[in-house]
Design a protein around this ligand. Structure first.
Ligand code: SF4
Length: 340
């Protein structure tokens, strides 16, 4: 499959009074057409900053792209997102990218009817007339599973339930037939049954519309349900990436082992103990010279604090950055049988 997005050695920092926070420190991955790729990690690992940078939504200043490139295969061929002017970027964002946030209440305008919120972007970016936009808004609401759409478009966000509002957000994100959808914790604010419905809906829509999706989440259950490939981030870097099966059933990085034990998954049994990863991520004002996970890693060796490990390729899709994968490293047993 062709790539819709190629992110190469992306570096993003925030300049604060206390100094430079290196939030994203050289991230490389690609996204294929029609694929769902998950980016996972604890809060502060750089997953949200990465996704916001893809849409150039980081506040700047203080945010600044320090290096790397983001090639997006849009309507006008391949463009480097990092090099577009704000105006060019606004047009790409409005007509080729969509974003779904965690809490629709904060991203929907409470004073505007739902119909008008969907229509606005259609009129602005697709050049539709008011009536065309009204028709298309109803179509989109039907597509995301709402009924009685003639009445619905006249209602305000507070008249909808949490799950319904998330459906409206998805309709807005889909309004411009985006090639790329970024969903940042799309189900976190919802209760479990509604979560499952929204996951089903997003999965179905990505098949129907052919949009590629980047799913940012800390919820591995959602990852297992939706994604084809997974990128695991820690302290602003990718520590492991691979197919969902490789990450769940054959994880190779100690951080991924910890992550799989520390967060609930859809198949977590009630009697299964969740073990938080001890310690905290490193200070990104002054990231460590060696492996950023060394201070929390039970397997850390001398080399780990001295030199940052490069990625070792384990299969066509699977790679991890850990000194344990070096041929001379001592063999360690994975702590418990993870994944299943
Ligand atoms: Fe642990 Fe060393 Fe691997 Fe880092 S490189 S995860 S410290 S074993």
């Amino acid at each position: 499959k062709e790539n819709i997005l190629e992110v190469n050695d992306l570096k993003v920092s925030f300049n604060t009074y206390a100094g430079e926070v290196q939030a994203v420190r050289g991230v490389t991955f690609d996204l294929r057409k029609g694929e769902v790729l998950a980016i996972v990690g604890e809060s502060g690992c750089g997953k949200s900053v990465t996704s916001q940078t893809l849409m150039r939504l980081i506040p700047s200043p203080p945010g600044v792209i320090k290096g790397g490139s983001i090639l997006f295969d849009g309507k006008k061929g391949k463009v480097d997102i990092t090099k577009l002017s704000n105006k060019q970027m606004e047009s790409v964002r409005g007509s080729e990218m969509g974003m779904i946030f965690q809490d629709p209440m904060t991203s929907l305008n409470p004073t505007m009817t739902v119909g008008r919120q969907i229509s606005e972007s259609l009129i602005k970016h697709q050049g539709m007339t008011k009536e065309q936009a009204r028709q298309r808004s109803m179509e989109l609401l039907r597509l995301v599973g709402l009924s009685n759409v003639e009445g619905r478009i006249k209602q305000y966000p507070h008249e909808f339930s949490g799950g319904m509002r998330q459906r409206v957000m998805i309709a807005i994100a889909l309004a411009c037939n985006p090639k790329l959808l970024i969903a940042d914790e799309p189900t976190t604010a919802l209760d479990v049954t509604v979560q499952a419905q929204i996951i089903d809906l997003m999965r179905e829509l990505s098949v129907k519309t052919g949009s590629s999706i980047i799913l940012i989440t800390h919820d591995l259950g959602v990852v297992a349900e939706m994604a084809e490939r997974v990128v695991v981030m820690y302290a602003g870097k990718i520590v492991e990436k691979g197919t969902v099966d490789e990450i769940f059933y054959d994880p190779r990085h100690p951080y991924t082992w910890g992550l799989l034990k520390s967060v609930p998954r859809l198949d977590t049994r009630a009697d299964e103990e969740l073990i938080p990863i001890p310690g905290t991520p490193p200070d990104l004002f002054a990231p460590p010279k060696g492996c950023a996970f060394a201070a929390r890693c039970p397997y850390a060796m001398k080399v780990c604090v001295e030199e940052d490990p490069a990625h070792t390729q384990l299969s066509a899709e699977h790679s991890a950055a850990c000194w344990l994968l070096h041929p001379d490293a001592p063999k360690v047993e994975r702590p418990v049988e993870v994944g299943g």
